[in-house]
Design a protein around this ligand. Structure first.
Ligand code: ACO
Length: 407
């Protein structure tokens, strides 16, 4: 090593093979039966079912059941699951004290990292995850309580009273009630908007071994509390290169401001001396249309139509940007297509969700994928603690000098 030669015998001592793969570009970290992506075709399957069919025929709780159990529920199983989830929507009253410990203007993702992690202090049996019944109740608690936790983070930010869950409403309608309802009047959710948000949840429910899911698996591989593992996933999702991209895309559209300036920004995105990238374009795995982007574009049109905002400035701008980029040689050659984040900011904004909450919505939905992946890992007979190796490029062995001799 002193001569810049690395002795690989010490690195791959057991297997004789050692790979360095920064960013895990071509290394599988696990076997999985949950989600399949064909990046060249632009295909996404949950448990073998195309995302397009799930978004059309199922609601989010059915998709959650599918991810969790491997099969779609029949009518009786669906009803039973809905009831179980409704039984767990409340938070322990002591949890409200966690919220009041945060600054009023704390970022809601910071609040969520803390509050979801704190659930591990309330449900001690979650640590007994060799027992299937205990795993099951932890998973149900997470699916049920995340909407309550997200809505409470929002209400706390707004300085409004927390809204109790309403069990006469379905999962997503109840979430909208807790977000937008007030004690002064009964909130009447608009079914078109509820359905749109429900599809958004489905589109974000899982996406195989992305950064936050890998974080949950790695944290869980040591045998950590599952609620704490989900908190780790939320922390990872928070980053702008992951869950924060829809916010960046909305900001970019605002900055472009007008259809007449689209050409100028496309030119900038192609300029190697300019750090600007077209937000909501490109993906590590998809080298074709992100199928979620197509569905999101449709959801966006439905929501804007329902709200009479068909001529929304940002929507028109986004469509024009997409049209021009898809015809541009640079984007075609590099296989850069719109990703799920391209339209999601516009639609969430139209639903009345503030920008700072976008990633919380993502976390709410992805919790289903995270905890399903956690359970798959923890019940895998081949399961081992995750322990990546490294390529050491630091100082060679040397002697500690006495304090007086140090420069
Ligand atoms: N605008 C302009 N050029 C781009 C863009 C873009 N949005 N994305 C990639 N490129 C170019 C790169 O400059 C690179 O060019 P080069 O080959 O001349 O060096 C080439 O396309 C390949 O791009 P990489 O960044 O190497 O691809 P990678 O797989 O590492 O990155 C990523 C994918 C991070 C998503 C990237 O496309 C990007 O930054 N997009 C914008 C941010 C975004 O929308 N992120 C959301 C992703 S979806 C999600 O996380 C839920």
């Amino acid at each position: 090593h002193g001569n810049d030669v690395i002795d690989i015998r010490t690195l791959g001592a057991k297997t004789g093979l050692f790979t360095y793969d920064s960013g895990f570009l071509s290394t599988a970290s696990c076997k999985s039966t949950i989600t399949f992506i064909d990046g060249d075709k632009g295909e996404l399957l949950y448990r073998g079912y195309p995302i397009e069919q799930l978004a059309e025929k199922c609601n989010f709780l059915e998709v959650a059941y599918l991810l969790k159990n491997g099969e779609l529920p029949n009518a009786a199983q669906k009803g039973e699951f809905e009831t179980t989830i409704k039984n767990h929507t409340m938070l322990h009253d002591q949890m409200t004290k966690f919220y009041s410990g945060f600054r009023r203007d704390a970022h809601p993702m910071a609040v969520m990292v803390g509050v979801v992690g704190a659930l591990s202090a309330f449900y001690h049996e979650a640590m007994d995850f060799s027992d299937a019944a205990h795993r099951n109740i932890s998973i149900n608690r997470l699916i049920a309580k995340l909407p309550t936790i997200v809505a409470m983070a929002y209400k706390y930010n707004m300085g409004q009273p927390f809204m109790y869950p309403r069990n006469d409403l379905d999962y997503t309608a109840n979430f909208m009630h807790m977000m937008f309802g007030t004690p002064c009047e009964t909130y009447e959710p608009n079914p078109v908007l509820v359905r749109a948000l429900d599809v958004i949840f489905t589109l974000h429910a899982d996406h195989e071994q992305n950064a936050s899911t890998s974080t949950v698996r790695l944290a869980g591989s040591s045998g950590a509390n599952p609620f704490a593992c989900i908190s780790a996933g939320i922390a990872c999702l928070w980053g702008p290169a992951h869950g924060g991209a829809n916010e960046a895309c909305l900001n970019m559209l605002e900055e472009i401001g007008d259809v007449s300036r689209v050409g100028e920004y496309i030119k900038r995105a192609k300029d190697k001396n300019d750090s600007f990238k077209l937000m909501g374009f490109g993906h590590r795995v998809y080298k074709n249309f992100d199928p979620r982007a197509k569905l999101m574009g449709k959801v966006c049109a439905d929501v804007l139509g329902e709200l009479g905002l068909e001529n929304d400035r940002l929507f028109k701008l986004a469509k024009e940007l997409e049209r021009i980029a898809l015809e541009d040689e640079y984007f075609v050659e590099k296989k850069l297509y719109p990703n799920v984040d391209f339209y999601s900011g516009i639609v969430q904004k139209a639903l009345g969700i503030p920008t700072s909450m976008f990633t919380c919505i993502f976390a709410l939905a992805r919790t289903v994928g995270w905890i399903t992946q956690w359970e798959e890992m923890i019940t895998d007979p081949e399961y081992k603690i995750g322990r990546p190796r490294q390529l050491y490029i630091g100082a060679a062995r040397r002697t500690v000098p006495d304090l007086a001799q140090r420069p």
